[in-house]
Design a protein around this ligand. Structure first.
Ligand SMILES: NC(=O)c1ccc[n+]([C@@H]2O[C@H](COP(=O)([O-])OP(=O)(O)OC[C@H]3O[C@@H](n4cnc5c(N)ncnc54)[C@H](O)[C@@H]3O)[C@@H](O)[C@H]2O)c1
Length: 418
């Protein structure tokens, strides 16, 4: 660590806040994680991590070094740096900043002159300067940029990514003044390999939304092509392999059963909402991408019905195994997962469902099984929705009568792909 240790309060101990709190502890800072969720805090206090990127071993070491999770706001007292990493969902299609505002109020109660407040939650341009700053000012009587410092630094964490983690992914940092920027750069460069200064928070806020909108739109593009390609009798996967041999001007995205998680189904709509509200204009790309990606779970169900129909099996009463319920491989994150939507549709249509997903806690309504030759052979269909690495795809190929594979992990005459 190249800066002096400070007291860091991280508000929100989820997929973003917990890895940050642990990394800051490892770098020598005194860290408290404030989260009103009693179950999460109890789990952390007992040394059980619910975020894949933080192992129980790392959590135990952090606890020994003084990291403390708490539901009590008083743990924030005397903080030097407060980082807000709370959810920014859509409520009835509209950005819901109530969590950010609640966390801001908590910070305000303990904010003292000279301290730094950073927002990391994904949000529309202007939030830090127009919402967070005034909110802190009105609660404390202190002036943002003069009495206390304020910054925005979007999170780029990619849960389950074996190559890029919080420490080695470049981090954008923007302050509302030069001094706010300098303090935020000091803090983040003590824990992250490369920090990238941005001149104002609104550009950093937009940068994060550009990253996620880019991904959302490109996944929608390839999903739409996949649906056409199937009807045209063209193998989309081989076409993508072929296009990917171009060494410039092309970036590969793969089709899938839809998009999930806290980012893609939500963040682009923050931008389209903001554009509509501020400019009265529609962000047409986002609307189209939402439309296509939202349709994918229904498309997968339709393809399954067609595949079963060809095998003279009605969907109602058929035995269907869903492989991978989370929205992306090697994580336990079920939020907005298209797998759940597909399961609900199939259940409503009368399919007899089982699922295989070692990452998902056993709290879903569908029966969870471990993969075995007998269970696979007993199924009318196996549907690969998310391709976790711990699944034996060769066993599925060998034993299944019919596989609908949305991720291209299986091969063979009984396998149909998206
Ligand atoms: N998950 C990702 O991969 C990812 C990646 C980049 C950015 N983000 C963004 O980061 C933000 C947080 O996402 P997440 O995935 O960590 O969410 P999460 O739901 O995993 O965690 C958020 C935590 O905040 C807590 N919380 C709620 N209200 C609070 C309050 N008033 N004070 C303190 N804590 C409070 C919740 O109990 C929860 O534990 C969102 O804006 C999200 O868009 C997420």
């Amino acid at each position: 660590m190249n800066q002096r240790p400070v007291k860091v309060a991280v508000l929100g101990q989820g997929y973003v806040g917990l890895p940050l709190a642990i990394l800051a502890t490892e770098a020598g800072h005194q860290v408290v994680g404030y989260d009103p969720d009693e179950v999460r805090v109890a789990s952390l206090t007992e040394g059980r991590s619910y975020v894949e990127d933080v192992s129980d071993v790392r959590l135990a070491a952090a606890l020994l070094k003084g990291y403390k999770a708490s539901t009590q706001p008083t743990v924030l007292s005397n903080f030097d740096v407060a980082v807000i990493t709370v959810p920014t969902p859509l409520t009835e299609g509209v950005p819901d900043l109530s969590f950010v505002l609640a966390a801001t109020d908590t910070v305000a109660d303990f904010l003292r002159p000279g301290r730094l407040v950073v927002l990391e939650s994904t949000t529309y341009p202007g939030t830090t300067e127009e919402l967070l700053g005034p909110s802190l000012e009105s609660r404390t009587g202190l002036v943002a940029g003069i009495d206390f410092h304020l910054a925005y630094s979007p999170e780029r964490i990619d849960p389950g990514n074996p190559q890029f983690n919080l420490a080695n992914t470049p981090k954008l940092v923007a302050g509302i003044t030069t001094q706010s920027l300098s303090m935020a750069l000091d803090f983040y460069s003590s824990i992250i390999e490369k920090v990238v200064p941005v001149s104002r928070p609104r550009e950093a806020e937009l940068a994060k939304l550009i990253e996620n909108t880019f991904r959302h739109v490109n996944i929608a593009l390839v999903n739409e092509i996949a649906m056409f390609a199937h009807d045209l009798g063209v193998d989309i996967w081989e076409a993508l392999d072929s296009a990917s041999t171009k060494p410039f001007g092309f970036m590969r995205f793969n089709p899938g059963p839809g998009v999930g998680g806290h980012c893609l189904p939500i963040d682009p709509s923050y931008l389209s909402w903001h554009v509509q509200k501020s400019l009265g204009q529609k962000f047409r790309f986002v609307e189209l991408a939402n439309d296509i990606n939202d349709h994918m779970p229904a498309y997968v169900v339709q393809r399954l019905m067609e595949g079963l129909n060809e095998r003279q099996v009605p969907l109602r009463g058929s035995k269907v195994m869903l492989v991978g319920l989370t929205y992306k491989p090697n994580t336990s994150d079920l939020r907005e997962s298209p797998g759940l939507q597909i399961a609900n549709r199939l259940d409503a249509l009368g399919a007899d469902l089982l699922y295989v997903d070692s990452h998902v806690p056993l709290t879903t309504q569908i029966e969870c099984v471990s993969l075995s030759a007998e269970t696979i052979a007993d199924m009318d269909a196996v549907v690969i929705l998310t391709d976790h690495d711990d699944v034996d795809y060769r066993l599925i190929e060998q034993c299944a009568r019919y596989v609908l594979d949305t991720r291209r992990r299986c091969y063979g005459p009984q396998v149909e792909r998206l």
